[in-house]
Design a protein around this ligand. Sequence first.
Ligand code: THU
Length: 161
Amino acid sequence: MKDLCITTTIHRYQWDELSEQQQTLIEEAKRMTRNSYSPYSHFRVGAAVRLKNGTIVRGSNQENAAYPSGLCAERTALFAANANYPDQPVEALAIACYAEGRFTSEPGAPCAGCRQVMLETEHRYRQPIQVLLYGQDVTYVIDSVDELVPLGFFAEDLPKH
Ligand code: THU
């Protein structure tokens, strides 16, 4: 038996170490938490996506009384970006979470379903998506979605026909 060790690098940034472009995208994600529709979880998530042409597309979590019908902020933003700007690669995605009257101190991490959609987008445009996970105490910066999804499932894994 041999082990396969897959490592992930997460850069830990203080707010003033981030570039202006990164701060702007995070501010958009923070602002979007206000548009969250989360009467069931009371957990407000905002997401903002920056496209290659500089356009910023926003999303927030949208819940539903039939719980599985709701959608996370990241997927809301990414699907809107892909639907409205199908020719524009996604360069960066920022996420912020707000609960109990404040932004979370630690960064919120995208759920596995969102990571899979982020991965598809990254591979679709063949360029890394920088992921910015905001927390009041620290912001995590990840250079690509591949880092967040070891052993990812891709189109190439499907049968050819
Ligand atoms: N949520 C997101 O918007 N993104 C994630 O990656 C994790 C979870 C939302 C879904 C639901 O509306 C609420 O947070 C609680 O799970």
